[in-house]
Design a protein around this ligand. Structure first.
Ligand code: NAG
Ligand code: NAG
Ligand code: NAG
Ligand code: NAG
Length: 354
């Protein structure tokens, strides 16, 4: 499809699901104004259109007669310029927002935390600057059981497909609750420290802060994120030690702190016994398995006394068995829904022809 969306063609008041990704549509502002008339839209996938246009920032797009039923809004890969538009903050039913692979500048908007149903944000591969506002750590669905329970978990009218990496087959999501609660901020220019308030995001499954300029230490509070399955902090300037408390994250199956400036002994036990050297590369100060430096004795860190090490090893065996059991149960139920924790991803592209 090329050209502009015409008012006559989409005057469809009952339309609930529209996916027209990967076309050559132009005039995003015009398109959004027209589509706003489809008041029953719950899923709108416009990814990979409108190349290099300004992101529509007309406040009236958030009016009560607009996109108020939208649950999924996918605008990835449009190379949109401008800032994250504030009218999105008025879409109170929004659950999934994909603005990845655009050219969005400005700071990470704290008002995202005012959206009562939002549990999946993808702002990766943009040009965002500034810090990770601790206000974002208050996102209702990611912090509170009550808010999380209130999210509409009904089926979508049609499935949404996502491609976890360029070579993988698409993953199909029929039900939004199968999408892992996630914050993707990879590949921006975010800086400052990771706030300790991050520990409030108890229901998050994926946190990807890789390829930014975050500095300071990894907050101990991350160990409060007990549902975490993927944590990617790679390619930042984080320093200090990897908190030993992270080994208490029993669902963590993907972990990377590659290319930072971390030091000291890599925690052992728990899921840490499953991570390979690739999770830790590019941190010359790290020592202990799985690095080739078996101990930290040469470094300026104070060496641990043998009895302590022995105790840790002993405990980790019991933990491993326990984790194996938990994993058996979890994946037995969980794998039917088939979500992926793969590393590379591209925008939500909606329905795809096979
Ligand atoms: C974009 O669409 C709107 C609404 O249809 C229209 O008013 C406007 O003239 C269009 N802009 C361009 C550059 O064609
Ligand atoms: C980051 O984004 C830029 C374009 O904005 C792209 O060229 C680059 O490959 C991306 N880097 C990674 C590691 O994805
Ligand atoms: C994609 O898969 C093909 C065939 O399985 C393989 O030859 C190729 O190297 C893969 N490409 C990447 C980027 O992984
Ligand atoms: C982390 O969990 C502990 C125990 O549940 C709690 O006391 C503490 O306040 C939590 N920290 C944060 C930052 O949520």
């Amino acid at each position: 499809l090329t050209g502009q969306i015409s008012r006559e063609k989409v005057a469809l008041e009952s339309l609930a699901f529209l996916s027209i990704s990967t076309n050559n549509l132009t005039n995003a502002t015009g398109a959004f104004r027209i589509l706003k008339g489809c008041k029953n839209l719950t899923t709108l996938v416009l990814s990979k259109n409108f190349m290099f246009e300004p992101v529509p920032d007309d406040e009236s797009l958030g009016d009560p007669d607009g996109f108020q039923n939208l649950r999924v809004f996918a605008l990835g890969g449009c190379r949109f310029t401008g800032q994250v538009p504030t009218w999105l903050g008025k879409l109170k039913n929004l659950q999934v927002l994909d603005l990845s692979f655009n050219l969005i500048t400005g700071s990470l908007p704290g008002w995202l935390a005012s959206l009562p149903n939002l549990f999946y944000i993808d702002l990766s591969n943009n040009r965002l600057q500034g810090g990770f506002h601790n206000v974002l750590c208050g996102m209702p669905v990611l912090t509170s059981k009550e808010a999380s329970d209130k999210v509409d978990r009904s089926y979508l009218e049609l499935p949404v497909f996502m491609k976890p990496n360029n070579n993988a087959t698409d993953l199909q999501y029929n039900q939004l609750s199968n999408l892992p609660p996630a914050i993707y901020l990879s590949n921006n220019s975010l800086n400052g420290s990771i706030p300790i308030e991050i520990g409030q995001l108890k229901f998050i499954h994926v946190l990807d802060l890789s390829h930014n300029n975050f500095s300071g230490s990894i907050p101990d509070q991350i160990s409060n994120l007990t549902n975490l399955e993927k944590l990617d902090l790679s390619y930042n300037q984080l320093s200090g030690k990897i908190p030993a408390s992270l080994k208490g994250l029993h669902f963590l199956s993907s972990f990377s702190v590659e290319y930072n400036d971390l030091q000291g002994l890599i925690p052992s036990g728990g899921q840490f016994d499953t991570f390979t050297i690739s999770s830790f590369e590019g941190n010359p100060g790290l020592c202990g398995p799985p690095t080739p430096k078996r101990s930290c004795h040469q470094s300026h860190q104070s060496p641990q006394s043998p009895p302590q090490v022995l105790e840790v090893t002993q405990r980790s065996k019991t933990q491993t068995i326990l984790i194996a059991l938990i994993f058996g149960i979890f994946f037995g139920i969980g794998f039917g829904i088939g979500f992926s924790m793969d590393d590379k991803k591209i925008p939500i592209i909606g329905r795809r022809r096979k």
